[in-house]
Ligand binder design. Structure first.
Ligand SMILES: [Zn+2]
Length: 199
């Protein structure tokens, strides 16, 4: 039986992917939400955490799955595409839980630049994963280097939104909320606006 870790932010893409894995596969699924307590961005972190709480209860109705929320405190904002950082948090969890694959909540674009970017993020993460395994494996009894992969249900944002149905209202994607509401201007807010007006 496949054992997967899904990196889950509580946003549209990773929530839709998680839902599809729960509905359409019988894999053992562990969702990992990196609860990054970034000083100066706590209003965003708190909104994400609210989404995770509500969505976890709703998604468990599909079937039970494990949720891990490692809490990490940061002094400075980090770039979430910092792949080294992700691997250092995710790899040990995968090793302990015997999870062979780590799913990234990527969204498909027609733009070849983005596809190339996804490809290079995956390659980098897999290189780091092997290096972490070589370094820690023998000492910590890790059995394998987990592979970072695109979801089987890799799709466009419009499709993820459709897939979510009622759950869409509970997701949180805005990077810089204002007074607890989406700002409407950040990159993710604009992406969502485009995806929802095209339909
Ligand atoms: Zn926003």
């Amino acid at each position: 039986m496949k054992r997967l870790m899904i990196l889950w932010s509580g946003g549209i893409d990773s929530t839709a992917i998680l839902k599809m894995y729960l509905e359409r596969t019988d894999y053992v699924v562990c969702a990992v939400n990196l609860n990054l307590q970034i000083r100066g961005a706590l209003h965003r972190v708190n909104k994400e955490q609210e989404s995770i709480e509500i969505l976890y209860d709703k998604l468990k109705e599909i079937r039970d799955f494990k949720l891990l929320r490692p809490k990490v405190e940061f002094e400075h904002p980090i770039n979430m595409s910092d792949v080294m950082f992700i691997a250092n948090l995710a790899n040990p969890i995968a090793a302990i839980g015997n999870m062979t694959e780590i799913i990234l909540g990527f969204v498909k674009y027609d733009n070849p630049k983005t596809l190339a970017y996804h490809d290079s993020v995956l390659k980098t993460l897999n290189n780091i994963s092997r290096e972490l395994y070589e370094f820690h494996g023998p000492v910590k009894n890790w059995k394998f280097a987990p592979s970072y992969v695109l979801p089987e249900f890799y799709n466009y944002k419009e499709e993820y939104i459709k897939e979510l149905g009622d759950l869409y209202q509970y997701t949180w994607s805005c990077r810089v909320p204002r007074n607890g509401n989406p700002c409407g201007h950040c990159a993710t807010c604009i992406e969502i606006k485009q995806a929802t007006t095209q339909n």
